[in-house]
Design a protein around this ligand. Sequence first.
Ligand SMILES: [Zn+2]
Length: 159
Amino acid sequence: MSNYWSTAGIPHKGWEYETVIDLKEEGEDYETCMMCGKEEIRYVHIVSHDEVAETYRVGCVCAEKMTSDYVNPKERQRKLENRAKRKENWKYKEWKQSQKGNQYFKFEGHLLLIYTDKRSGKFRCKIDETFGSKSYNYVSEAKAGIFEKIEELKEQGNW
Ligand SMILES: [Zn+2]
């Protein structure tokens, strides 16, 4: 792999920060930083430059140097790391079973419910009094769906 920090071909500065992604969320493990060619990165920072046709996918350290921003890339990555931890912990939450055979879980003052839709036989979710719009083939998928919804509500300040 090439190391563009030691070559003149690619600009070292003046990159614009786009976003960061967690490869695990996309079902991948690691990829190589396009700038330094070394790190095995899980959190991929996307940066762009007026003089470069393609966006670059790089590690945190390279993203900082390229954008001359030593705050945001780290902060954005930390948020994703925390989210990944929450998601991992979520799998181990112990749900209870209601008399009707539905699974419920009291979480941060909210009642989460997964029930079977009588017509379709699929699993659906309910948070407090709000029914979810999606249906799932497996309970585990429904639980993951509730996690995403909670994250979304928190992001919007509606949790
Ligand atoms: Zn790098």
